[in-house]
Design a protein around this ligand. Sequence first.
Ligand code: HXC
Length: 519
Amino acid sequence: MAFEQKIKELLDKRGEARMGGGQKGIDKQHEQGKLTARERIALLLDEGSFEEFDMFVTHRCVNFDMQKKSYLGDGVVTGYGTINGRQVYVFAQDFTVLGGSLSETMALKICKVMDQAMKVGAPVIGLNDSGGARIQEGINALAGYAEIFERNILASGVVPQISAIFGPCAGGSVYSPALTDFIFMSKENSYMFLTGPKVVKTVTGEDVTVDKLGGAMVHATKSGVAHFVGDTEESTIQTIRELVGYIPSNNFEEAPMVATEDPIDRLEDHLNTIIPENPNEAYDVKDVIHAIVDDGQFLEVHENWAKNLVVGFAHMGGMSVGIVANQPKAMAGVLDCNSSRKGARFVRFCDAFNIPLVTLVDVPGFLPGTGQEYNGVINHGAKFLFAYGEATVPKVTVTLRKSYGGAHIVMSCKQLRSDINYAWPTAQIAVMGASGATEVLHGRALKEITDPEEKAKFIAEKEKEYNDLFANPYNAAKYGYIDDVIEPRNTRFRVIRALQALQTKKDSLPMKKHCNLPL
Ligand code: HXC
């Protein structure tokens, strides 16, 4: 074959691979408002940075006449490129090829990028659009998923793993994302379920739509499986790019510093009066977060799930930080099963990837009752406690208002190896609130008072006595549990100074195979 012909053959093959399952499939994808695998990669990576692997791979299955349904690339586009100049590895499943279903060879392609990402220490981003294991391949498809899962597990805590769900994803194509650090979904055409509605109907008789079974909002608000939800595929992909800016490429690196014009010593006078006079009145802790971080920029994780705890990423003085804050606006900021799971997972991610933690505390305690107990709040709360106690990254805590009981301990108290703990003058650090404490401490005396007026007067006296002792930060500061009581408007400055001082922090855990946290 002449040289020109060889080049033509290469270009033709490349052209064929770029068409995936063919024009009809691409048109159908567009009609459904979905992008193709290649269009998604183009949006994700810096222009012109994509280097592709394995365009010419085809599957090896001959069951059910599958040799007649063979496509170059076999349903997944893989390779590496950059996001704002930083290297990432990527795979994007192509629904136009047999529903993006996973074959043995497709798994090999995905494993290849995962292995290389581990060698060079770069994040892996998977764009999933797949009906799960390719049914025609049987055990070979299952083995392929198992290979991917094992790599997900080994890469966990070594390189960041990010998954996006675009399209109806079932079986292995939801389990692999579940093993990664963050799951993104888009409100349009994004579904996750172990088995689709047809199988649900057969097994349980339940009639359910894909939306109700596993739509983006189901996973963003009810199950907590999705960490981020975008309105469109485009905006979802932009948020992935944004997230990458807050995290390091691997567990040996620090997250990149981001230059800012925002003065470190910017004062926020309104913070001095943000805490309402009435201790039962709410305020929005996100106002505090926006006021203290660089340029007011905060990337919230799990925005729509367990809203009583706010977690997310920001920069402070150019440093990337993970922020964890009780939200008085939602259920008074109480901790419960879901917020504990949310907090624990976030703290562990930050700790695994050297991202300092800034904790803002205003928590009345754990939510009591059968609903919580039956759902295992003891275990979930312990998870959160465990995550903070184990974390060795710099930890800076600011108590804004309430910090009661077990929840005080969980929220990065000094004895869980928090490094610098500040409190606002409005802080109240105690075993519980005044009314609960008065009921317990003076129950017998209260029973004996029959006159309602006298009773109310007695309660008010006892509550005052309690509040005088505990409704302030100075009792905790007296014992050194609080390092300083700070003016709220200085919070940005004081926290950044603390983070700067802790930049060279070294702390460790006793030698062990791994911990046994209460999963
Ligand atoms: C082979 C598949 C497939 C699969 C879809 N297709 N899923 N082929 N194996 N798993 C093919 C279809 O046959 C069809 O081919 C094309 O992809 C598009 O699929 P449609 O059904 O037409 O699309 P849609 O109506 O949008 O429905 C998408 C879907 C549905 C909801 C994903 O296809 C579905 O329910 N698939 C099965 C999901 C599932 O239960 N997977 C097994 C998971 S078990 P043609 O030729 O007609 O275009 C698993 C085990 C891993 O993954 C281990 C987990 C722990």
